[in-house]
Design a protein. Structure first.
Length: 447
C-alpha cells in the first residue's frame, strides 16, 4: 500500500526543499525587538496560501492576545469521517551567535546530506512534512482535516494557549498531531508520549548594604556571592542528582532507552566529563526533576575588584516530570533555597513562569494507526520517547478536548541541534515522516 505514496513523496522532495528554502529565508522570530514583525506576518500568509492550494477552505490569520497571528482552516472529508487537527508553528528561535554558524542561518544550505538553517527542523521542517504528505495523498484523504499554525511558540507568550479554549469548536478533532518533536535518531520512528513541565525562579541574596574591601572586611563579613554558591551547590549531590527537598528523584523511565554514548555525542559533552545522576540517561531526562542554573548576576572576572559582594542573584530552571505539579515543585524549590541560605543572609525569591508536564494516553485507535503507519514507512516498530522540553499547548489541548488523542511527532531528531547554531534537518526524515503521516491519515480515515 505504501509503494505508491513512497514514490509520490520521493518525487515531491525537490518541492519540499524549495518550500523550506523560502520558509527559512523568512526571519520569523516573534520578537519585534530583534526582527521586524512583518516577517512573521509574511510567513503566516505563506503558510495560509500553501494550505489553500491543497484544498483547505476559509484559511485565515487570526489575532491572538500576544500579538502573533495563528493560521487556521479546514478541509472537509467524507460524511461521518473522523477529524484530525494538524499543528505546527512557523516562528523560530533567533540565530543566537551568527559567527557560530558555518553557513548563514537564514539561508538553507545543503551540506553532508543535511539541510542547514534556522527552522529547518524546528518547526518549518514540519510544515514541509505536512505539505508533502498532503500533496502525496492528493484527493484521497478520507478524514476531515483541520489545521492550526502558531506564531509565537518559541517566545512562550501563550497566544495560542489562550486562543484554543476560546475557539474550541473550530478546532475540535478526534486526533491532534502536534508536529514539533521527532524521532529517537535518524531512521528510528518514535512518538513522544511525555513532556516535562517547568518551574522557574530568580533568587536574590543580600548580605551587606554595600560592597566592602575584601582586605579590610573579608573573613567575618558575609559574602552574598559565596552564600549563593553554597545554596546552589545544595541543589545537586555528588553524583549530580537534583536534590530539591520534597521532590522525588528516584523514578525510572519505562519507554525507549537513550544510549549513553549516543547521548554524549548528541549533548556535545567534553571528553572526560561524566554523565550525571544515579539513573539511566532516560531516567534523568524524562522521569526525574532536573535543575539548571540559567544565569548568575555577579561581577565578571575581567574588571572585578577586591570587594566582598553585597548582593548576588541567579535564575534557575527546574524541569519536572509527569506526576509532579509545577507550582508545588516551584514552592519546594523556593523553600529549599530559603532553608539552605547560610549566615542569616536575606533571601528574596521571584516566581517566574511555570508549566505543567504532559503525558499522552496511548491506548486509542489513532496511536494504533500511527504505530502501523510508522512501521510501514520505516520498516521497524515505532518506539515511545519522553522529551525534556515543555509544550504547554499540549495540556491546553488535553483540557479542551478530553476525548481527543494527542500525538507528538515530527522531524526533529537529536542531530538537528534545534535552538542552537547550525540547526539542520535530514531530508530523509521529512520524507519518511511525510509517508508516515500520509499512511496514518489514509488508515485512520478508513477505520
Amino acid at each position: 500500500m505504501s509503494d505508491d505514496l513512497k514514490q509520490r513523496i520521493s518525487g515531491l522532495m525537490p518541492r519540499a526543499k524549495a518550500d523550506l528554502t523560502e520558509l527559512v529565508a523568512m526571519t520569523s522570530v516573534a520578537d519585534p525587538r530583534q526582527y521586524p514583525a512583518e516577517e512573521c506576518h509574511r510567513t503566516a500568509q505563506w503558510v495560509a496560501d500553501a494550505f489553500t492550494e491543497l484544498g483547505f477552505t476559509d484559511m485565515r490569520l487570526a489575532d491572538t492576545i500576544d500579538g502573533s497571528k495563528a493560521v487556521l482552516g479546514h478541509r472537509p472529508g467524507p460524511p461521518g469521517a473522523p477529524t484530525v487537527l494538524l499543528y505546527c508553528h512557523y516562528d523560530v528561535q533567533p540565530p543566537l551567535d551568527d559567527a557560530a554558524w558555518t553557513s548563514p542561518p537564514f539561508q538553507l544550505t545543503e551540506r553532508d546530506g543535511r539541510w542547514y538553517g534556522r527552522g529547518t527542523a524546528d518547526c518549518k521542517g514540519n510544515i514541509a512534512m505536512h505539505l508533502t504528505a498532503l500533496r502525496a495523498l492528493g484527493d484521497d484523504i478520507p478524514v476531515t482535516l483541520k489545521f492550526i499554525a502558531e506564531g509565537s511558540e518559541e517566545q512562550g507568550t501563550g497566544g495560542l494557549e489562550d486562543f484554543v479554549p476560546k475557539n474550541a469548536e473550530e478546532l475540535r478533532a478526534d486526533a491532534i498531531l502536534v508536529c514539533d518533536t521527532g524521532n529517537a535518531a535518524v531512521g528510528v520512528p518514535a512518538a513522544t508520549v511525555t513532556l516535562r513541565g517547568l518551574a522557574n525562579v530568580v533568587v536574590t541574596v543580600t548580605a551587606l548594604d554595600s560592597e566592602m574591601h575584601s582586605g579590610m572586611f573579608g573573613g567575618p563579613a558575609p559574602d552574598a556571592l559565596a552564600a549563593l554558591i553554597h545554596m546552589l551547590a545544595s541543589l545537586r549531590d555528588s553524583r549530580g542528582n537534583t536534590t530539591v527537598d520534597g521532590l522525588d528523584n528516584t523514578r525510572t523511565w519505562t519507554g525507549e532507552g537513550y544510549d549513553p554514548e549516543q547521548f554524549r555525542t548528541d549533548a556535545h559533552m567534553v571528553a572526560g566529563t561524566e554523565l550525571l545522576g544515579d539513573g539511566t540517561v532516560s531516567d534523568m531526562l524524562w522521569a526525574r526533576p532536573a535543575l539548571t542554573v540559567l544565569g548568575i548576576d555577579c561581577p565578571p572576572v575581567v574588571g572585578s575588584s577586591a570587594a566582598i559582594q553585597a548582593t548576588a542573584a541567579a535564575r534557575l530552571n527546574l524541569r519536572v516530570p509527569p506526576g509532579t505539579d509545577p507550582r508545588t515543585a516551584q514552592d519546594a524549590l523556593a523553600a529549599h533555597l530559603e532553608k539552605a541560605a547560610p549566615w542569616g543572609v536575606r533571601v528574596e525569591i521571584e516566581r517566574e513562569s511555570s508549566g505543567a508536564p504532559f503525558e499522552a494516553v496511548t491506548t486509542g485507535p489513532a496511536y494504533a494507526a500511527l504505530g502501523a503507519a510508522m512501521e510501514e514507512a520505516y520498516g521497524k516498530p515505532m518506539t515511545t520517547l519522553g522529551q525534556g522540553g515543555s509544550i504547554p499547548l499540549c495540556n491546553v489541548f488535553a483540557d479542551t478536548y478530553p476525548g481527543a488523542e494527542i500525538i507528538l511527532m515530527g522531524v526533529e531528531e537529536p542531530l538537528c541541534l534545534i535552538h542552537a547554531p547550525n540547526e539542520s534537518v535530514d531530508p530523509t526524515e521529512i520524507a519518511n515522516m511525510a509517508l508516515s503521516e500520509a499512511l496514518f491519515l489514509r488508515s485512520f480515515g478508513k477505520k
